[in-house]
Design a protein. Structure first.
Ligand code: 8YV
Length: 313
């Protein structure tokens, strides 16, 4: 069997997944590419990584016999695709299988912020309810206006869920999508202006860096809620902290951060912000489906079949 290097932290977390890979490959678990045994690295034909760690020229140098980089995740902004292509390496990702989970978490974060579920849990659990009376009144979700930044698969699933909450839905992105029933607003500031909640579900990388900036947050306004399930890089975190400090925002639900796994203390200290540790796809079912899609891609490559989900085929 071919030898492959797999990121231990993500693939190893899924029950039974490594056994599936071992039916077809000799698996080397990798903690960090730079700690990988150089001797074994020379025999590795495939690198199974994830968005969190990624791969770049230094990783490709470490695995000179590699033919394919299979990333566990839909976003591949941390994989240097241009460099992979230059070296003739194939690249795959795992779109589709995680869409529902990520959209579910976006709605969960909105509900958690608007209804203050985390604070409510503490209020009930601590005895404050009995000792001090009811918790403060919170914000209604149903019927509010939703703006979606990025209407790909995940954005569309957020829209479907928001529609079930009778929300009025509009979106922004680089170009209109005539097949979509939702209002298209080309300017993110104008979208934020007409939104009570702004969902961020676009791609990461240089083209969307700090797309949600001071102006967008100002337009979202003191009653607005920001939900980010995309990449931390899309939101200017300093601008977000400044907006919260000035009471310019109602709250935020964040699954992703600019410098993961570090989270600015100002966000950790702010109870209007609900934090999640980049885990929107983190269910057993979905992580298994993502892992099996990585496996399908690797098997297709070594069997000489077309790749199921190529980024660079
Ligand atoms: C991560 C993600 O891949 O799909 C994506 O783009 O960000 C996630 O699913 C996952 O957290 C493993 O790192």
């Amino acid at each position: 069997p071919q030898e492959i290097a797999m990121l231990a932290s993500v693939f190893g977390q899924v029950p039974g997944l490594l056994d599936e890979f071992r039916k077809h490959f000799t698996v080397h678990l990798m903690n960090k590419p730079e700690l990988f045994d150089p001797e074994a690295a020379r025999r590795v034909r495939a690198i199974a990584t994830s968005g969190g760690v990624g791969a770049d020229a230094s990783v490709y140098d470490r695995f000179p016999a590699a033919e394919i980089v299979a990333s566990f995740g839909v976003g591949y902004d941390q994989v240097d695709v241009a460099e992979a292509e230059r070296r003739g390496l194939k690249v795959t990702n795992t779109p589709g299988v995680l869409t529902e989970d990520v959209a579910d978490l976006a709605i969960a974060l909105l509900l958690a912020v608007s209804r203050d579920i985390v604070v409510g849990d503490a209020h009930a659990r601590s005895g404050d309810w009995a000792a001090k009376g009811p918790m403060p009144l919170k914000r209604k979700v149903s019927g509010k206006r939703a703006g979606i930044v990025g209407l790909g698969g995940i954005g569309q699933d957020i829209a479907r869920r928001a529609a079930a909450f009778n929300m009025d839905i509009a979106w922004t992105g680089p170009r209109p999508k005539p097949d979509q029933p939702y209002e298209y607003v080309p300017d993110p500031v104008a979208l934020a202006e007409r939104s009570d909640v702004l969902f961020v579900s676009c791609v990461g990388g240089p083209e969307t860096r700090h797309l949600v900036n001071t102006q967008v947050l100002k337009a979202l306004g003191p009653e607005g809620i920001l939900v980010n399930v995309s990449r931390g890089s899309v939101v200017d975190e300093d601008a977000l902290i400044a907006a919260l400090r000035a009471d310019g925002l109602y709250g935020a639900g964040l699954d992703v951060f600019e410098n993961e796994p570090e989270i600015p203390q100002a966000l950790k200290d702010d109870r209007r912000v609900v934090l999640h540790p980049h885990h929107a796809s983190g269910t057993t079912e979905t992580r298994r489906a993502m892992g099996l899609l990585v496996l399908d891609n690797l098997r297709a490559h070594f069997d000489g079949r077309p790749l199921p989900t190529p980024v660079v085929g």
